[in-house]
Design a protein around this ligand. Sequence first.
Ligand code: MN
Length: 266
Amino acid sequence: MRLFRCACHSGLSYLRAPADAGGSSLPRSGGPVDASVLADLAAASRILADQGVVDAFGHVSMRHPNDPNRFLMSRSLAPALVTPDDIMEYDLDCECVDPRGRGSFLERFIHGEIFRARPDVMAVAHSHSPNVIPFGLVDKPMQAMFHNAAFIARGVPVFDINAKFGDTDMLVGNAEKGVALAQSLGDKDVVLMRAHGSVATGPSLPVAVFRAVYTEMNARLQFQASMLGGGGPIAALSPGEGKLADLVNLGSASRAWDLWKRRVGY
Ligand code: MN
């Protein structure tokens, strides 16, 4: 292995390229990444922990800025502990470019197959955030309770791993399961996973984090609204309201990002 480019002098990361063309089965690197990108991805991981979206489990990834067929993701680690040094690079088959003995998340196929299926998606967050889980278990579609959760008005599908794979350990631990999950997501922004959790996506890292945070908050609010209203109809955002409000959110997600980043010391 050789350093692709010196990190200390260039400000670029030390994501590495395989040493030689012959003999190595490791995928080629998409190239060096600015250190600020790695810091942002580490911050995203810590933000999701700080905001109560992930605990010891869950992960966030982003597409490689210079190669749409590569993505960046932490080694297998509790999200609140992730640093820029823990970020690794993968191809869309979820093969690590430079593992160096570091462990990968079992469910990295969630990310690789969504990046493959959805060229518009630049970041993916997977969590088991607790208020969301009931909506994957009962026949009550998630609805957008307020403007920050406007993306939910486009619809939130539920991925039932049992439908195609029968009894499993519930984890999206291979490419085939990742493909099925990406198919359930379709053209939406969020997909629930029955008896497991959810996945939020976005056209940027801040927006994917924003959607993960507000999916969890929306679930709590919808449960409260449902209780308050005795299970009757809820005056949720219409698809038209959702579309208009989401446009505003896409422009203002950076305000939340700046605040949440500071909270985790980045
Ligand atoms: Mn999971």
